[in-house]
Ligand binder design. Structure first.
Ligand SMILES: Cc1cc2nc3c(=O)[nH]c(=O)nc-3n(C[C@H](O)[C@H](O)[C@H](O)COP(=O)(O)OP(=O)(O)OC[C@H]3O[C@@H](n4cnc5c(N)ncnc54)[C@H](O)[C@@H]3O)c2cc1C
Length: 397
């Protein structure tokens, strides 16, 4: 009798794209290993959006009810002038072009935890480890882990984010694929000393923004966010101390509640700081290895579509690998189906919410005028980019 052994796949990264891909590949009969450099699924981060096609991907994974329970139901966003005076108050949907009652906003850590929970019993997770070297042959990929262990897999997928080590091993240095969008940002949680409840306050001066986001009530912590204009990406700010210095330096001599935010950032244990960039690559695979999510096509938080692209990309990549036994046609099918969706969503930075962070006084005044009009308008039009891909049905076994 012919015996087909399970195809083995190694996924690098256990955030959004990694566990979502693991879920589908396990369902399609793969033996899945996920390697994550952190010691557990990482919490923290600002609330993120799951919209349009990604909501359908979540429904097919059976996690939609849990995501709906975790939905952050924000009542309003209030824009403030440099002194903290109110400029305009609008609904989040008016800004994001999302659909009330369907699209979701979830604390990033909650989404990661729900995804991890869904696959943890079916998939072999290796925390505190990462891929050191990859060597491809016609039959598989030989992997050396940082821990020293060596193993061979049929396929390797990088789901390790915008600074993907898998991408570096396959395609070389980051620079050609990074498109810097002119800002750096920091997010962290802080005590709710301002008595905010289910609302977001956004303060701007030209080139700088700060937000306080109360996803819960007056007794829950706040998500703080600082964003500032930097024409060129800072050379070296991967360690926490340089991140804190960079952000604090950018916000000297500013008012409102900024000194309190900077103080809280210094105390925060979940600081996440990065440049605002996109990843744009001419190809997402090489031989028996491919990339998914931010590693291949980070759209930046300015689009609010990073997690949706990750969920949809994972669904489509797994689907292609289930339909095509050989990696090459599978990766081609994945790329052909997903690239137009990615392109359309990455292009949102050229209009969309990118206008939230003007760098000149004049552009800021224009933005404020726009928001005052928006506040008086009825329901927004949903953005077509969010639903620009229709998921194929899962293949029957
Ligand atoms: C802690 C954290 C906080 C975030 N906060 C925000 C935020 O506030 N706003 C926002 O827009 N986006 C944020 N993001 C990014 C956001 O999660 C992604 O844009 C989006 O959800 C796509 O997810 P992804 O799974 O492709 O990549 P990511 O969410 O970036 O996940 C990549 C994963 O790979 C792991 N990893 C990295 N390198 C290696 C390696 N060499 N070996 C093994 N594992 C590795 C990381 O620890 C992480 O778990 C955050 C990401 C993280 C990890």
């Amino acid at each position: 009798m012919m015996h087909h052994s399970k195809r083995t796949v190694l996924i690098s990264g256990a955030s959004i794209a990694g566990p979502a891909l693991a879920y589908w590949l396990h369902r399609y009969g793969f033996a899945v290993t996920v390697v994550e450099k952190a010691s557990a699924p990482r919490g923290g981060g600002y609330p993120i959006d799951v919209r349009g096609t990604a909501v359908e991907a979540a429904r097919r994974m059976g996690i939609l009810p849990r995501l709906q329970d975790a939905h952050v139901d924000t009542r309003r966003i209030t824009f403030l002038d440099p002194d903290g005076g109110e400029l305009a108050s609008v609904t989040p949907h008016a800004i994001a072009g999302s659909v009330e009652g369907r699209d979701l906003e979830i604390r990033r850590g909650d989404l990661t935890a729900i995804l991890y929970d869904t696959v943890r019993d079916d998939v072999d997770f290796r925390f505190d480890d990462s891929i050191d070297t990859l060597e491809q042959s016609g039959h598989g990929v030989d992997v050396t882990f940082r821990s020293g262990e060596q193993r061979a897999f049929d396929l390797v997928i990088g789901a390790d984010g915008m600074h993907s080590q898998t991408r570096r091993l396959l395609f070389g240095p980051d620079a050609p694929f990074h498109r810097h969008l002119g800002y750096c940002f920091a997010v962290f949680t802080m005590p709710n000393t301002f008595g905010l409840s289910r609302e977001l306050l956004m303060w701007n001066v030209p080139g700088k923004a700060a937000a306080l986001y109360a996803t819960g009530g007056k007794d829950d912590d706040l998500h703080a966010f600082l964003n500032f204009h930097v024409p060129e990406p800072p050379l070296d700010f991967r360690d926490r101390a340089s991140q804190v210095d960079l952000v604090a330096g950018a916000f000297t001599d500013t008012d409102w509640k900024i000194p309190a935010l900077i103080g809280a950032m210094r105390d925060a244990d979940d600081l996440f700081c990065d440049t605002v960039s996109q990843i744009r690559m001419p190809a997402w695979s090489s031989g028996r290895a491919a990339l998914v999510g931010d590693a291949a096509y980070a759209p930046s938080f300015l689009t609010g579509q990073g997690s949706s692209l990750a969920l949809v990309g994972a669904y489509m990549l797994a689907h292609a690998l289930a339909v095509h036994r050989d990696p090459e046609p599978a990766f081609t099918a994945y790329e052909q189906a997903v690239r137009p969706f990615v392109t359309e969503n990455q292009a949102l930075v050229d209009h969309g919410t990118a206008g939230l962070f003007p760098t000149t006084a004049r552009a800021l005044e224009e933005r404020n005028a726009r928001f005052r009009t928006l506040a008086a308008m009825p329901a927004p039009t949903p953005r077509p980019a969010y639903t620009a891909l229709t998921l194929p049905e899962p293949p029957t076994p």
